[in-house]
Design a protein around this ligand. Sequence first.
Ligand code: F6P
Length: 327
Amino acid sequence: MDSVTRIGVFTSGGDAPGMNACVRAVVRTALSHDLEVMGIRRGYQGMIEGDIVEMDAKSVSNIVQKGGTILKSARSDQFRTAEGRATAARNLKEAGIGGLIAIGGDGSLRGAAIFYDEHQVPLVGCPGTIDNDLFGTDETIGYDTAMNTALDNIDKIRDTADAHDRLFLVEVMGRDAGFIALNCGIGGGAELVLIPEMLSDLDEVKRQIRSQMSTQSRSAVVVVAEGDELGGANSVAAALRDDSSFDHVDLRVCILGHTQRGGAPSARDRVLASRLGVAAVEAFMEGRYNVMVGIQDGDIRLTPSRNVWGRKKAINYELLKLIELLR
Ligand code: F6P
């Protein structure tokens, strides 16, 4: 392979607080190694449409503290097709881009691995998703901020739950993973947590809520991951409303939704994103392609991209026990 003098950086999938800090780190580290950097806007879709801009040190000024992503993001259906990927590869070649740094979640890294197999564009991935569901890293960029945003809202909801003796079902994001729900459940003192990683039996859920609301307090907060087994907070609420034993319960649902995706990144996310951005460029310079940079026990580690999306990161089941013990 000819030596690479120009790389492209892009953000893909759901935006996550800290993506900008990562873009900044990638751009400035690459420039310090005399690599030119192009920004590919709107992820893979921008790659297909040739939406590519030049980046310099100044183009990433004043973004380390900002949520969202200056490069914009997208979920591209076209990139799922071989034709779309071939167009993307052609556009990269025309723009003189010989390598890529991708910042995104599971779907984005899966796309990256397929793209590498088909077109051999050297690529290093950075884990960027609020869901924290990527194998190969203890934490993903955006997870800490999202967790704190959700927790802040759960605290507020608890005030109302307590003031009105209500049962609140609070739904947090996490399509396939319960990391946000589980940790916010502990931090917010939830009476119950429902996550995709555990089998939820509706009768048992009802029993636990009844027991909490009669013995402990007249209010309760249940944190539900959007991807839980029972179909999310609205489905659980519908089932409770259908049950006459809950007739006396004043029940409300609050879906936190996309409030968890935006906002200024936490200190932890800014540092993580900066470290990962630097590490991604350094891995690239060393010729370590088709890998994802991650953080494990505080240290930077590289994991082959195909192991990332092929494997599921486990939650810490000990934490589930804490919910029961401490409620
Ligand atoms: O992957 C991050 C995430 O926020 C998930 O938790 C959620 O299910 C999904 O993205 C929502 O995606 P969109 O913003 O495309 O609806």
